[in-house]
Design a protein around this ligand. Structure first.
Ligand SMILES: [Zn+2]
Length: 423
């Protein structure tokens, strides 16, 4: 059994030094952001920003190498770390370059999906609160966006990360994604956006003939979860209040029949079946196409992206392995092979992993530590430390991600060299 350690925000100043000294995966992190040394100064020109105690926000931090990054983070002990763009010059010298020449050049294509944007379609929680019932929305979002980015856009290196509180982030790390212009990023974000309009808009999804293949693929995902999420979990056909919201999404010419049918039926799942039947009947006697069922399903379940985060090259996003100061949970990568089992409440808090370090070593660990001991210490000791905590499986996942990217980059380099030879 893992030791239980409740997180208390007041302890953060004590825990952060320990976390950054013994647990943060600096080596993998630096390898990730160096991208195998693609371009000169790729790591050096990257912006980091820190949120310090009392919400003091420091932008334009940059570092020459892993050692400098490590030393600075250990000195500042940031409550939160954000990652920005790769600039034309070192961000920490941005004041010294001629104005107008300091520019954001590249960044991963990123997506930010936040549960607060779903408040009109979840009844279990609101604002910053989440539970396992509404977490299904994040599972659906990851499945839909991940499929589209891989199959429709051909991206391969996608890192999905739990934000630490109420959402998820996606970092698309392919070279082609990092080089996208603002216009191209906007186009990708628009392509992926289906739910439109703010609070005042009642009907947020409108489909038209013919339904785009991307929407068909997305619907296939939504169908897998709709009953579980909407009909059972949120019980959207259960009460008059929640049914009214559904009825409001139905075309005027159907509404009267639907209301009568729903009043006659008490079982929520059967009520939904009734709705489908009534729409089908209308469809049979009409030249117009009705996508009422699909539109309702999408409005309740389709991912809601914060497009502004995706559009800007210089937009900052919370870094993987940063701590969430409110929950204490670490922003950990999500294993898509086990996405259905991912539970945000199982994600380790900084208190838990720091406490795990105090556990007496097992005989096995003792032996491993003797084997790994080397004259210059440092790195080796850190390797052992995170391995002794619940952070281990997440660091391993991150490690595999970075390695896969390096492998494919080397493969690409070989291919290019071969092409040159043929030429
Ligand atoms: Zn909930």
């Amino acid at each position: 059994m893992a030791p239980v350690a409740e997180y208390e925000a007041a302890c953060l100043p004590e825990l952060l030094p320990l976390y950054y000294r013994r647990l943060f995966p600096f080596s993998q992190y630096h390898r990730w952001l160096s991208y195998g040394g693609v371009t000169k100064n790729y790591f050096q020109n990257r912006e980091f920003s820190f949120t310090l105690k009392d919400d003091i926000y420091v932008r334009y931090q940059s570092f020459s190498n892993q050692n400098e990054l490590e030393k600075e983070i250990q000195k500042m002990n940031p409550y939160k770390i954000d990652i920005g763009a790769v600039y034309s010059h070192r961000p920490n010298q941005h004041n010294t370059v001629k104005s107008g020449t300091f520019q954001a050049l590249e960044k991963e294509l990123v997506f930010d999906i936040d549960m607060t944007d779903y408040d009109d379609v979840r009844r279990c929680c609101s604002s910053a609160d989440i539970c396992t019932k509404c977490w299904i929305l994040m599972t659906i979002a990851i499945r839909i966006i991940d499929r589209a980015l891989r199959e429709d856009f051909g991206f391969r290196h996608l890192l999905w990360v739990y934000s630490g509180r109420r959402g998820v982030h996606c970092w698309v790390c392919d070279e082609a994604a990092r080089k996208l212009s603002v216009a191209a990023r906007s186009a990708v974000a628009e392509y992926l956006t289906l739910v439109k309009g703010g609070e005042e808009t009642v009907k947020k999804v409108q489909l038209s003939d013919p339904v785009h293949p991307f929407i068909k693929e997305s619907l296939a995902v939504v169908r897998r979860y709709f009953t579980d999420y909407a009909l059972v979990g949120q019980d959207i056909m259960g009460s008059k209040e929640s049914m009214d919201k559904v009825v409001a999404l139905v075309p005027d010419e159907i509404r009267k029949d639907l209301v009568a049918a729903l009043q006659a039926e008490k079982n929520p799942t059967k009520r939904w079946e009734k709705l489908k039947v009534i729409v089908q009947q209308k469809q049979a006697s009409s030249k117009k196409s009705y996508y009422t069922e699909e539109e309702i399903m999408l409005q309740y379940c389709y991912p809601r992206l914060d497009v502004n985060v995706s559009k800007g090259v210089n937009h900052l996003l919370k870094s993987p392995f940063s701590v969430h100061p409110k929950t204490g949970r670490i922003s950990v990568p999500i294993d898509l092979r086990e996405l259905g089992q991912f539970n945000p409440f199982d994600v380790p808090t900084i208190s838990l992993i720091c406490k795990e370090l105090d556990r007496p070593r097992t005989a096995e660990e003792e032996e491993a530590s003797v084997r790994e001991r080397d004259p210059d210490g440092g790195e080796q000791r850190k390797v052992r430390d995170y391995k002794r905590t619940s952070l281990a499986k997440y660091v391993k996942l991150f490690d595999q991600f970075v390695e896969e990217m390096e492998r494919s980059r080397k493969g690409e380099l070989l291919r290019r060299t071969d092409l040159q030879k043929d030429f």
